[in-house]
Design a binder for this molecule. Structure first.
Ligand code: ATP
Ligand code: MG
Length: 273
């Protein structure tokens, strides 16, 4: 059954968009039909997938707030089998508009239901907040992927995210669970990376993907060319990492019905790592 995966962490700049775009691109290259929903008004996933902002006409804002049919807003990316439901700056005003709508937390879920029939997986790139848009992503999703940047205070805020996931699971979406934690911007030579990844693995155990994403300048460059890494530099270390991650996601999440429960993050870890 088609799964919807929300890539989520309210901390900014941890690699959510890079992860959503590149996993999406590699799954598509592997023959899967993928929809990437850009749920961030920054529009980074839209731009990183080769969509020209100036030529965007309909976006996720029109679909969620104005009631436009999603089919009219979905566009192809530069990668075969990878479609985008794009966003633009309009979306910044969506939370206020949505807050007045009955069933405001489940608007995206209704949008996704018919779309799921046409795709093998739906990925949602979440904004860096735990606001109504992210709640909509959690209500629409089956699994949450959490990128964690290997830096000081990496676990800061994760307990708030896990609490939001639990809240949504208990109230609106009993199917929801954490699909995995992805360690990003890993510097293999740094002691800090080792300390942080040890700490994250200690708490999240088998939820942590064995593939990690190295800090790689080619990954940082590729969005400015409007290309996922598989099209920009397929031989870079970043490309190899996302290719392996897509495979791991496929095995652990997309083809598996198993759920692993995330333990609450202890207060000491919040301060420590
Ligand atoms: P936001 O919270 O603003 O949406 P985000 O969590 O989506 O941010 P990204 O936009 O994916 O994070 O990444 C933040 C920045 O770091 C971007 O400039 C991106 O190109 C760069 N970046 C992401 N992953 C890597 C990596 N592994 N190596 C080097 N640079 C990276
Ligand atoms: Mg982003």
């Amino acid at each position: 059954m088609t799964k919807t995966i929300a890539v989520c962490n309210q901390k900014g700049g941890v690699g959510k968009t890079t992860t959503a775009v590149n996993i999406g691109a590699y799954l598509a290259k592997d023959g899967k039909k993928i929809l990437l929903i850009d749920l961030d008004s920054q529009g980074n996933a839209t731009l990183s997938s080769g969509v020209d902002r100036a030529r965007l006409s309909k976006t996720i804002y029109d679909v969620m707030v104005e009631g436009l049919s999603a089919e009219e807003a979905v566009i192809p990316s530069g990668i075969e089998r990878l479609d985008i439901l794009p966003s633009s700056l309009d979306l910044a005003g969506a939370e206020v508009r949505l807050s007045q709508v009955p069933g405001r937390e489940a608007v995206l879920r209704s949008v996704c239901e018919p779309l799921k029939l046409r795709y093998d997986a739906v990925l949602i790139d979440c904004p860096p907040s735990l606001g109504l848009l992210t709640v909509n992503a959690l209500v629409a999703a089956d699994r949450v992927l959490i990128p964690v940047q290997c830096e000081y205070l990496a676990l800061e805020g994760l307990s708030a995210l896990l609490q939001s996931i639990e809240l949504v699971r208990h109230s609106l979406n009993p199917e929801l669970s954490v699909g995995g934690i992805i360690l990003t911007m890993v510097d293999a030579r740094s002691n800090l990376t080792k300390e942080v990844s040890d700490e994250v693995r200690k708490f999240f155990k088998e939820l942590v993907f064995s593939t990690t994403v190295p800090r790689n300048v080619r990954l940082a460059e590729s969005p400015s060319f409007g290309k996922p890494i598989c099209a920009y530099d397929p031989h870079s270390t970043g490309a190899l990492a996302y290719q392996l991650l897509a495979k791991e996601l496929q095995e652990k999440v997309l083809e598996s019905d198993a759920t692993v429960k995330a333990e609450p993050v202890a207060a000491s870890t919040e301060k420590g790592a």
